[in-house]
Design a protein. Sequence first.
Length: 325
Amino acid sequence: MPVAPSVSAGKIPAPRLLKSGHTDPPHGYGVIQDAALHSTSAPLAGIISVMEVQAHLDPQGVFLSRIIPRHFRRLLFLFPLLAAMLLFSLWQRPARIPLPPLVLWAWERPEDLRFINPATTGVAFLAATATLQPDGAARFHLRQQPLRVPRAASLIAVIRIESPPRYVFADPHRLADALAQLALQQHFQALQIDYDARASERSFYRALLAELRRKTRLPLGITALASWCDGDPWLDGQQLSEAVPMFFRMGSGESKNMSVSAAACTASIGLSTDETWPVYRPHGLRDAARIYVFNPHAWTKADYDLVVRHVSQWRRNQSKEVESK
């Protein structure tokens, strides 16, 4: 991997990414689409309309009793309370990540993904790597390699966090501030943290995720060791939009036959082009789980076509498994 310029946590510049169809600048950074972020306010439309109905008065200042039965008129008085409860529920619930069912990870190397179908495939690109320092600070290595995708492609920015061999007491507030600045400077649909936190680093990781949820409005996801998703309670209660269990590069005590029991891990799975995939969907994973695919090399059209066929076959295997039960 080329050595990238680094900056301390604080006010950091974002990787320079350009709109599709524009000429590359002298620095040669990548190309992305310029679509606006998906709105998360659509579920509120029904609530607003209900509240407007309640506020609709006739000239005498009473509800339209001629067209609304009495028992329904009584229920109208409950609508503000129900609407407030629903709003509170939506506020607490993590926003869903608006990405297609297949996502390609694009790591730190030149990537030209203009051949993907943006209706079915998104891109999770490595935007920066944050290395924790012995003094508790973090140094950022921003993406330096070009990334090219279709204008309509859905994007998720991945931040890789690395720590020294010995645990350091990093400041989650400072790191969250820097990550939130990065998230504000580009048009992508979500933020994904890639951090293989050790047991001694989990309290820091919890605090970092909590700070990020407060400082950015983007849906927040993480990559997760498979063992975190099968009986390890540390993810319980974490308000995450998505935790992607990594069913490749698995450690000791992990296997492709592991179950997925943590609620945050049931909506997606991470696989790789250079390892065998589980024959059947891991127990606990949702039927329509999003599939993330890693490639240790730069993506080619042939790689992509093979993955699309493999995903289709894998999903058919899941259907056959369900039918046989």
